[in-house]
Each structure stands twice: as C-alpha cells, then as structure tokens.
Design a protein around this ligand. Structure first.
Ligand code: NIG
Ligand code: FE
Length: 408
C-alpha cells in the first residue's frame, strides 16, 4: 500500500448519479486529502494526516506544493489512428466551400482513407503513440480509438492491429472500435447494403478471431449509411456478439433513435437531435455523447447538452479527434467551451469526462476516486478545482497517475 498526498483538494466524484443534471454542491471536495492506493486500486480517500496515522510504516509519495486531484479523464470517441492531414479541407471550409465540393476536390474522409492506406505501419504506430501521449499529458488515461480509414479487409485489420500494438506500448487503456462502416469506399463495387454485408461476412469475423475489437460503430447520415440498412447491420453485429456505438444525428436527425432501439452503448454527435429524440435518449441507457471538437472544427452548433441533462440522459463529452471534423484534440478546452455555450455546471462537465464517458465504453471501474476503483488520477498545480474549466484548457495537468503509478 502507498499513501499519496497531501492534496489541497480531492474532487472524488463519488456518489454522483449516472444520469441527469448535477449541481456543484453535489461535488464531494476533500481538503488536505490523501489517496491510499493498494496495487492498481484505490483503498481509501480521506484526510491525509488521518490516513497517515491509521497506516503507519507504509510508503508515502509526497506531493510538493499546492495541488488538487481528480479522477483521470476518459475520451470515449476518437479517430486518432490516421495518416496525412486535412488542413486544406479546413481552409476550404472556412473559405465557404461545401462538404460536397471539398469531397469532389479530393478532400473528405476518402482522402484520409488514401493517406492511411498508403502510410507504413511504423508511421501509423508512431503518430498514434504521439497522439496518445498528447492525450495522456492532458490527464486522459482511457482512450477509445476507431478504425474507419482503412475501409477494406486488409486496411481495417492493419489499423486495428496497430491499435493493439500501441496498447502494448502505453500504460493508457485503449478501447478499439471497428468503424469499417464509416463510408462505402469509392473502390467498392456494389451497394451500401453489399458493403455492409462485406463487413459482416469478411471483416468482423477476422476482427473477432484476432480479438482486435469488441465494439462496432457506424456513421448513419445521408452522405454515409441510411437508417434502415444501418439498423439491420447493427442488429446483425449484435448477434455476432459486438457492442454497438453510433455516429448519430450529426447533420440530420433520426439516427439516435436507432441507437436506442438497438441498445447501443452510446449515440455520439447529436448536433441535430430533435426534442422528442432527446426524451427517447433520456429514457435509455444509451449514453448521449457530445463532441464539441467537431462543432468547433466544422463551425456547426453544439449538441444540446443542457436539454439532454435536464431530460435525464447520461451525458458524456468526448473529443472526436480526427483529421477532418475535429483536428484540435484538446478535450479539456472543448469541454470548457461546451460548458459556456450550453450552461453546464462544473460537476456536469467533470462527470461527462470521467465516470459517464467510462460507462459509454462499458467500463464501470474508473472515473471516481473511491474504494476499489482504478487508481487513475490527474493533478493540477492550483488551489481550486474551478480553475480547470475557467482556464479553458490552458491550465496544464501537473502529474498523471495510472494504476497508482505516476506516468507523467
Ligand atoms: O466523427 N462523422 C463522421 N466521422 C467523423 C469525421 C471523420 C472525418 O472527417 O475524417 C466525425 O466527425
Ligand atoms: Fe467521430
């Protein structure tokens, strides 16, 4: 056992409900606290001096100066395994070009597919690990990573194998997701349904055989896959034993309803979700995930986070870091900005970045500082937790712990 502290404040996020709105008065804040760690789990959180006298002769890892600590963050939606860059898309969008014009002039998802297919495995692994380290520096220790820039058997497996190799080289937890249903690739000769069947018959059995992912994602949108074909696909992936998540309601409403109907772990984006579908999400265990980085990257409106919380939904906040719609990658900046536009309390934002986003990944062992939870936490050199969102991402994490071990 090991005692870490003293901390000026410990924000435990203990006892907060999984769903619905939260006030900051509900936050448990322990002053002059310590964290007792047993192996990779938290044994006890409490007053540092009390823990010290209750546990004599144990190792003490002293925290220098004034620091606060909270559960490490969970980014439940990223596309950080990719080749190339889409700065030109960004510039063209800002110059007024439409999605279609950009795609026609060689940009869009298809251009990232070509760059990813052409990139060497070493290059993809190197840049993936660099992005993981950028997220780790922000205090994000659990990171979902999607495929979806390969879009054929060989290249989807290449991406997922690289994610698996990266897992062996980082202490962060990576959660791989198969997004072969990102778009029907231009070189596939056949209909959408034929491509979805190709995923079901050729790609997913291999993914399963090599244990590369147990989650499947699909982009349901006019420009990608249509509601009916997507629903059928998702039900079949479920029969194959995969968990489901959906890119839903990004530009047109309707697909978050499908996510709920098929029992998806999460419905992500939701910028275009209409009021009745907010109610539908709120009645379900499908986590509603806001992706403010995509709104900022595209200049689109934010997901209706306030309404979702008021209706009682489980709201997570994730980065969607990808080369196209969300190139920034700074989840803390994005969540802070979402809070100002959507009027979210600090408690709601912190919950959405921790135990609620962990739940979206089916992980119920992390995101709170309490007994038997995973000892992943992030510290800041400041005297008050409000400074984290107030500084909109410019207050850097001081240290990051994974399984009770300092990694940054
Ligand atoms: O989550 N919406 C679909 N997929 C991504 C964008 C991917 C890309 O543009 O490369 C998203 O925003
Ligand atoms: Fe995405």
């Amino acid at each position: 056992m090991k005692l870490i502290g003293p901390f000026k404040q410990i924000i435990t996020l203990a006892h907060l409900p999984l769903r619905g709105k939260l006030s900051d008065e509900q936050l448990e804040v322990i002053s002059d606290g310590g964290i007792l760690v047993n192996g990779d789990k938290i044994q006890k959180v409490g007053n540092f001096e009390n823990l010290k006298s209750e546990n004599q002769n144990i190792e003490i890892e002293t925290v220098e100066g004034e620091q606060i600590v909270l559960p490490a963050f969970v980014d439940s939606h990223t596309h950080i395994c990719f080749g190339g860059n889409r700065a030109n898309d960004f510039a063209m969008r800002n110059a007024g070009k439409t999605y279609l014009e950009i795609a026609e002039s060689g940009g869009g998802i298809w251009s990232s597919v070509q760059h990813t297919r052409n990139a060497s495995e070493d290059e993809l692994l190197k840049t993936l690990l660099e992005r993981i380290n950028i997220l780790l520096d922000l205090g994000i220790t659990t990171i979902e990573v999607k495929s979806g820039y390969g879009l054929d058997l060989e290249n989807e497996l290449k991406m997922l194998r690289i994610i698996k190799t990266a897992q062996a080289q980082t202490r962060a937890t990576l959660v791989p997701t198969c997004l072969s249903a990102h778009l029907k690739p231009r070189d596939f000769e056949g209909t959408n349904v034929e491509y979805l069947n190709y995923i079901l018959n050729e790609i997913l059995p291999k993914v399963k055989e090599e244990n590369l992912a147990d989650r499947v994602d699909i982009f349901i949108e006019k420009s990608a896959f249509q509601p009916d074909e997507s629903k059928e696909f998702l039900l079949k992936t479920k029969d194959l034993g995969f968990h489901i998540t959906v890119h839903a309601d990004q530009f047109t409403p309707g697909s978050s309803r499908i996510a709920v109907e098929v029992g998806a772990q999460s419905a992500d984006h939701l910028e275009a979700t209409v009021d009745e579908d907010i109610e539908f999400l709120a009645q379900s265990n499908t986590v509603a995930t806001a992706l403010p980085g995509a709104s900022l990257g595209l200049g689109e409106k934010f997901s209706p986070a306030r309404k979702l919380l008021d209706a009682g939904a489980i709201l997570a906040i994730a980065s969607d870091w990808n080369p196209g719609s969300a190139p920034m990658g700074n989840l803390i900046t994005q969540a802070s900005i979402l809070a100002t536009y959507e009027k979210l309390t600090t408690a709601e934002v912190l919950a959405g970045l921790t135990f609620r986003s962990a739940f979206a990944l089916g992980l119920e062992d992390r995101g709170r500082l309490e007994k038997d939870w995973k000892a992943d936490f992030v510290t800041y050199r400041t005297d008050n937790f409000q400074n984290i969102l107030y500084n909109q991402g410019s207050l850097k994490a001081e240290t990051v712990f994974i399984d009770g071990v300092k990694v940054k």
